[in-house]
Design a protein. Structure first.
Lengths: 318, 289
């Protein structure tokens, strides 16, 4: 019992330690700070997907839509409304989250593979809109002409634009807030009903849990987290293009979650580390990186469906 | 105006026939195996490029006959080696597997045939317009629609009157009972998968003649095919056929009045169907929900 308790403390402590010190140790192993920031942002996206997939058992294969909406709304707010980083993030989170809430209401009666198919198809709507609506979104070339702004605290001011390390820590704080909110929800009574629905939907219904409503709430929350991550992504790149809305990014998020371990809270972050670093490395050494990623996905699905953390948990139990 | 309208409706029907051909293949695989085949667009591309490679040796007609079965054989091998390992597991895994396969196929195509688009020459007999007034109805377009119609008719006849066809339909409704009656479900699924891929390969050959070949050409057809299935109703092949034609015509008609929305209209149709009749036009209640 005490051993298990220690484990529960050691893993998060190690993760937070590694994240806080990342700007100092990543250059030593050949990384760079912006890559670390990318891992955090995409990792938050993967954790948001897994909030729904791993803890409610609902497979959305179109979550890039909310991520991309967050990114575009953040960029557009920065470009046209006011040059303020918090305002952009607020706009991104609200637009993506509310759109998710709206479409989620159409989806909640569907389950399993049908749900996945409908989310894929709906996700692509926003891709086409961003692609076609040239005058606002910049079409295929993407949305340019905005940049993250310094944050003014009165006493001091943080320059996010030119200081990569400062921006990393800004993203880390945002990440920590979102992750804490996720953990809080999962440990709340509501979070327990999510797991109950995953484990046995019919039994959950008999216990009086309004299953559709709870799935809709979980879906909506997950969309808000996703859109929050998306707005951070726009800030990271100072740019947004239609690919952030494409279903292949949705697939990337799901594969990160599966690769790290769907049933664990931190798994998707680990998956994101592996996926983002591998993609960065492979695409720098070969033009055939798509094949490598494809083979990696096939390999994981066939041989490591429980992911890295799932494998470790199995080991420690055996 | 009338001519423009007619032009776009014809266009929509032709595109719709394509959507239906793709969607029928997807639908077959989804119904019997519970697999959303993300690589379906990839198989379409393989069919088109195989025909391109075979044309110098066999001519256009030979390639048209040989390329789809070859694609089906590739599909059969993929099902045997990879996809069948995932039956009975969470559908998430087969979805991810075909997602990865789509990556591999797209990149492989680029590696073998090059990233540049390739033109496909069609026989002169098919490439001339039928009349001056109806310049848009070329022989090739009529020919495409005819082939698609024949393929779909043959499929429906096979499913209605042959033993295997009846077994596949029965398996869609209740796989366990079919297995208990002594049918080799594994073989049935492989065969069914190959038939689905055959349709994708055929669509690829025909699309190549109309649009030319590109490694990403399957992408644009995949989403409308999903939507055709959702609109028509999961579990019903007739529904899928109607769904495909319907969204084709709808996007053709929208192109007359509001061209930039011709892509978005099919999503609007899907939203309406989900709102008003969630199981789709001809869908069975309780299928894959």
């Amino acid at each position: 019992m005490t051993g298990e308790r220690q484990n529960r403390l050691i893993l998060p402590a190690a993760i937070w330690g590694a994240l806080v010190l990342a700007p100092y140790w990543t250059p030593l192993v050949g990384g760079y700070t912006a890559l670390g920031t990318r891992v955090l942002v995409l990792g938050l996206g993967a954790m948001s997907v897994n909030f729904l997939l791993g803890f409610t058992g609902v497979l959305s294969f179109g979550h890039a839509a909310w991520f991309g909406l967050g990114a575009y709304a953040c960029g557009l707010a920065l470009k046209y409304v006011a040059a303020s980083t918090p305002l952009g993030m607020l706009a991104g989170t609200l637009v993506g989250g509310l759109a998710g809430a709206l479409l989620g209401a159409l989806l909640v009666r569907r389950r399993g593979i049908y749900f996945a198919m409908v989310t894929i198809a709906f996700g692509q709507v926003f891709y086409y809109i961003a692609f076609q609506w040239n005058s606002v979104t910049g079409g295929d070339d993407g949305l340019r002409g905005f940049a993250r702004q310094p944050i003014d605290f009165g006493l001091f001011r943080i320059d996010l634009l030119h200081n990569d390390v400062a921006f990393y820590y800004f993203v880390l704080v945002c990440f920590a807030i979102a992750v804490a909110a996720m953990a809080f929800i999962l440990h709340s009574p509501f979070g327990r009903t999510m797991t109950a629905i995953r484990e046995n939907e019919r039994r959950a219904r008999f216990l009086g849990i309004p299953v559709e409503l709870h799935i809709w709430i979980a879906f909506t929350l997950s969309c808000f987290f996703m859109a929050f991550a998306g707005s951070l992504y726009a800030l990271l790149n100072n740019f947004a293009d239609p690919r952030v809305l494409h279903y292949s990014l949705s697939g990337d998020f799901v594969i990160m979650a599966v690769m790290g371990g769907m049933r664990s809270f931190w798994g998707p972050l680990l998956g994101a580390v592996i996926f983002v670093v591998l993609q960065d490395y492979i695409s720098s050494v070969t033009v055939n990186w798509m094949s490598f990623i494809g083979i990696l996905i096939v390999f994981i699905v066939l041989f490591f469906p429980r992911g890295v953390l799932g494998l470790l948990q199995q080991r420690s139990k055996a | 105006m009338l001519q423009l309208l007619f032009f776009n409706i014809t266009n929509g029907l032709i595109i719709g026939a394509f959507y239906a051909l793709m969607a029928l293949g997807l639908s077959l695989i989804l119904n019997l195996s519970g697999v959303i085949n993300f690589a379906h667009g990839g198989f379409l591309v393989i069919g088109g490029y195989l025909a391109y490679t075979l044309t110098p040796f066999l001519g256009f007609w030979g390639a048209l006959v040989v390329a789809p079965p070859l694609t089906a054989i590739i599909g059969f091998v993929v099902e045997r080696l990879l996809i069948r390992r995932l039956y009975g597991r969470d559908p998430l895994y087969s979805l991810l597997l075909t997602f990865g396969l789509a990556f591999i196929i797209e990149d492989g195509t680029r590696q073998i045939w090059g990233a540049q688009g390739l033109p496909v020459s069609i026989p002169a007999a098919l490439s001339s317009p039928l009349s001056n007034d109806l310049f848009f109805i070329t022989g090739y377009r009529m020919f495409m629609v005819a082939i698609v119609a024949v393929a779909i008719a043959v499929l429906f006849v096979l499913f209605r009157y042959t033993r295997i066809g009846v077994r596949i339909r029965a398996g869609t409704l209740d796989l366990e009972t079919v297995a208990a009656l002594g049918v080799n479900v594994g073989a049935l699924r492989s065969l069914n998968f190959a038939v689905g891929i055959f349709l994708a390969g055929l669509a690829g050959v025909l699309a190549g003649g109309q649009l030319g070949l590109e490694p990403t050409m399957g992408d644009g057809l995949l989403m409308p095919s999903f939507i055709a299935i959702i609109v028509g109703g999961v579990g019903s092949l007739t529904g899928t056929l109607i769904g495909g034609l319907l969204i084709g015509v709808a996007s053709g008609l929208t192109a007359v009045f509001f061209p930039s929305a011709s892509e978005a209209i099919i999503y609007v149709m899907m939203a309406i169907v989900l709102l008003v009749r969630p199981r789709g036009l001809l869908g069975e209640e309780g299928m894959l929900t």
